[in-house]
Design a protein around this ligand. Structure first.
Ligand code: XMP
Length: 517
């Protein structure tokens, strides 16, 4: 990525990505970096136009770092958010106190008589999440906002472009938060916008251009990320791009239609590899979710390895690059300080993040690695892709493998495929498809008693899972009308052989995950 204007130093807040997204929405290029990375860049005389210090779970009382390296630059605009504001308070000679009560959740804040921000009401409702607070502001700062508990909510340096906010302007609950951020960038930092859809596209195309005339292999799932990556790359690479779509037999019925449409309606060269048998054979009798994921991931790799060899031997085509639709959250998750006991905890191993093994000697081409999902969708629209392709729900790499609990067999695949298709059709019919982040059915290997026709049935259960989310990290179940749920349930029990009961999963994430396995 080109040199970004705004650097966001990540102190571990769960909202750091949101700061970046809001900053980009306001039109400024921005990236998340660690404190170590920030220090290294400053030591090498690389400076941003503006620095944001994020919130974080730690307490300034335990923080022994010296921040002179960044706070010492007189003209550098700095915004400290939550923990960031407390660091400012401490560094510039104020007093930070350990909070006895703290403020969590909604809080009302108001401007002091010194200050206001155009279009912001005198009193605003914002999102707070802190126990420590700046009790005495440094003498070079003014208090510009206070909370209804009379705690300091925002401070501003008198002579330097520095501001501190105790609340989180980046979250939706802070209704005027974006106005506050906008005010900071425009009026205090005085930086110029440089980030928009066109700019994003140019950046991504430039990344692809570096490949030159080499051959590129794309592991193509048809999901929005790989589709946008491939469409974008195709513009530069033309015939040198080869997309391979693996039919692992664990796809939804809609995926088969989708891939056919893409073959017919785009210029992409998509080869469908029928590997159903390989996957079914390897998964036979395996019921442990992690084992299933590992097996599925390994077969994908084996297939691509074999494909690379086949192209070398049969067509003398040597692939040098692997095109992947890796997104920014995948890249920064690996550097985030969200760690337990020095190591990230694996809740589920997402097989498609790691890429192919080193022995294949393929270089990675990841033109979307600086983008968020929303930005990728925007890019898809800029590239002229169909709206229905760009706004499809996410689908996990291991596919229905993680939606059939326990061991997989042909019958359970059929039941989950048919029920999923019914749910999909009903969502479209009820115009609810875009009101949910993800909607799917899960096969539960339990038998329950029912009545079908005049007889007793002893058959399986399908669970409906529909969640609302903005990034998949947290989610809540979708509150859909009972009439809709009833229609789906009736169709599934009537039309899917082997199912007598339909249940609805009303678990949020956390504690549940979105997928069942
Ligand atoms: P969980 O189940 O972890 O899912 O709450 C969060 C989001 O990630 C998707 N997911 C995956 N995506 N490979 C993927 O590409 C995987 O192995 C995988 N597991 C879960 C899930 O569908 C949801 O959108």
């Amino acid at each position: 990525m080109k040199h970004t204007k705004v650097w966001i130093v990540d102190f571990g807040s769960q909202y750091t990505q949101l700061i970046t997204r809001k900053t980009r929405e306001l039109g400024y290029s921005s990236e998340i970096i660690t404190l170590d990375e920030c220090r290294t860049r400053f030591q090498n005389n690389l400076l941003p136009e503006c620095l944001i210090i994020s919130g974080g779970p730690q307490s300034v009382f335990e923080d022994k770092n010296d921040y002179t390296f960044m706070f010492g630059h007189r003209d550098l605009p700095i915004l400290g958010i939550c923990y960031g504001m407390q660091l400012l308070g401490k560094h510039f000679g104020g007093v930070v106190e350990k909070g006895l009560i703290g403020e969590y959740g909604h809080a009302d804040i108001h401007f002091t008589s010194l200050f206001n921000i155009p279009n912001c009401p005198q009193t605003m409702s914002v999102w707070m999440s802190h126990s420590d607070h700046v009790s005495t502001v440094p003498s070079s700062f003014d208090i510009v906002m206070k909370s209804s508990n009379q705690l300091v909510a925002a401070i501003k340096h008198r002579d330097r472009p520095i501001m501190g906010l105790q609340f989180h302007p980046e979250v939706e609950h802070s209704k005027q938060g974006k106005l506050v951020l906008d005010y900071f960038y425009r009026e205090i930092a005085k930086i110029k916008t440089d980030w928009n859809a066109e700019e994003m596209l140019v950046e991504a195309l430039n990344m692809v251009k570096k490949v030159g005339d080499k051959k590129v292999l794309c592991a193509f799932s048809g999901g929005v990320d790989s589709l946008v990556a491939a469409m974008l790359a195709q513009k530069v690479l033309g015939e040198n791009l080869y997309c391979f779509f693996v039919d692992n037999g664990l796809l939804r019925l809609q995926d088969y239609h989708h891939i056919k449409k893409l073959q017919e309606q785009t210029y992409l060269k998509i080869e469908v590899i029928d590997a159903k048998k390989d996957f079914y054979d390897a998964l036979k009798g395996v019921d442990d979710p992690e084992k299933k994921r590992k097996i599925i991931g390994k077969i994908f790799i084996d297939i691509f390895e074999a494909k690379v060899l086949e192209y070398q031997e049969k067509f003398q085509i040597h692939f040098e690059y692997l095109l992947q639709g890796t997104l920014y959250p995948d890249v920064i998750e690996s550097i985030s300080p969200h760690i337990v006991g020095g190591k990230s905890v694996t809740i589920k191993s997402h097989h498609n993040v790691g890429g192919l093994p080193d022995r294949m000697k393929l270089k990675l081409l990841e033109p979307l690695r600086f983008l968020f999902k929303d930005e990728v969708r925007e890019m898809g629209m800029t590239l002229g892709l169909n709206r229905e392709w760009v706004f499809r729900h996410p689908f996990p790499g291991p596919g229905l493998g993680v939606r059939i609990l326990g061991a997989i067999d042909h019958d359970s695949i059929r039941m989950v495929q048919e029920s999923d298709q019914i749910l999909y059709e009903e969502l479209l019919e009820a115009k609810l498809y875009h009101s949910t982040w993800q909607a799917f059915t899960v096969f539960l290997p339990v038998k329950t008693v029912g009545v079908k026709g005049d007889g007793r049935a002893y058959e399986n259960v399908i669970c409906l899972r529909m969640v609302n989310s903005s990034d998949g990290m947290t989610a809540n179940w979708s509150h859909f009308p009972h009439e809709f749920l009833e229609a789906v349930s009736r169709r599934i029990t009537n039309e899917v052989k082997g199912i007598t009961r339909v249940v609805y999963d009303i678990t949020s994430k956390p504690p549940g995950t979105i997928e069942w396995e």
